[in-house]
Design a protein around this ligand. Structure first.
Ligand code: GDP
Ligand code: MG
Length: 233
């Protein structure tokens, strides 16, 4: 298996058709969803993190066994107002799910069944790849309240691999990458991609798009850009 982060696109690469996988990152506020996504897409921990408003949307090209894919990563804030208006769009055409909790905050772990339940209601395919991520493992042991054995039991029960990691620690960069690469690998080999693009018809959200160089652009979901998580193959 030769999986890696693809280099920034050359003009030749842009001609290549790319398959797109939509991955959603789910969990309570402040568990580090945005920081994990940012870490994967830019290779850095955000210097100052701001609460997500609506949806953060980032994308990154990865190479799996000589094929380049684009991962579109969506993470949300949990505000009720947002959730009511956006929830169906958020879950539409999802290919994989990352559930995140904070190892220093038991409540975020205990909320996971609610998040799983919500996803099960909206995501049609029960077989889509899922992973569980315990974030903030860089803290001193005394602050860790969710033990590995407890988290592993939960992950096993729910049929997901567990990653305990840190968006903050530079030495965990490869580990964070491996979460996304595992999903991309599973998708490449196990999941037929959806082929029915649906364009949004309403102006609903502003979306941050971070490219391979870490630049973030804001786009609007009713633009002609392909903001939705569908396959372009
Ligand atoms: N110590 C530590 N703090 C983190 C880590 N990831 C995120 N944070 C902090 O946790 C807070 C919430 O992060 P954020 O990504 O905005 O959480 P989100 O609400 O789940 O998107 C911020 O203050 C981050 O700096 C981590 O791996 N370790
Ligand atoms: Mg956020």
């Amino acid at each position: 298996m030769t999986d890696s982060i693809a280099q920034p696109e050359s003009s030749n690469d842009q001609e290549k058709p790319k398959r797109i996988f939509k991955i959603i990152v789910i969990g309570n506020s402040n568990v580090g969803k945005t920081c994990l996504t940012y870490r994967f897409c830019t290779g850095k921990f955000p210097e100052k993190s701001e609460a997500t408003i609506g949806v953060d949307f980032r994308e990154k090209a990865v190479e799996i066994d000589d094929e380049i894919f684009k991962l579109q990563i969506w993470d949300t804030a949990g505000q009720e107002r947002f959730r009511r208006s956006m929830i169906n769009h958020y879950y539409r055409n999802v290919h994989a799910i990352i559930y995140v909790y904070d190892v220093t905050n038991l409540a975020t772990f205990e909320s996971l069944p609610l998040w799983i339940n919500e996803c099960d209601k909206h995501v049609i395919d029960p077989e889509i790849p899922r992973v569980l991520v315990g974030n903030k493992c860089d803290v001193d042991d005394e602050y860790i309240v969710v033990q590995t054995s407890t988290a592993q039991r939960f992950a096993d029960t729910n049929n997901m691999p567990l990653f305990e990691t840190s968006a903050k620690a530079d030495n965990q960069q490869d580990h964070v990458n491996s979460i996304f690469l595992l999903l991309a690998h599973k998708l490449k080999y196990s999941k037929p991609l959806m082929t029915q693009p649906k364009l949004y018809s309403q102006s609903l959200i502003s979306i941050d798009r971070t490219n391979n160089n870490g630049q973030t652009n804001t786009i609007n979901s009713n633009s002609t850009e392909n903001a939705a998580g569908y396959c372009m193959c």
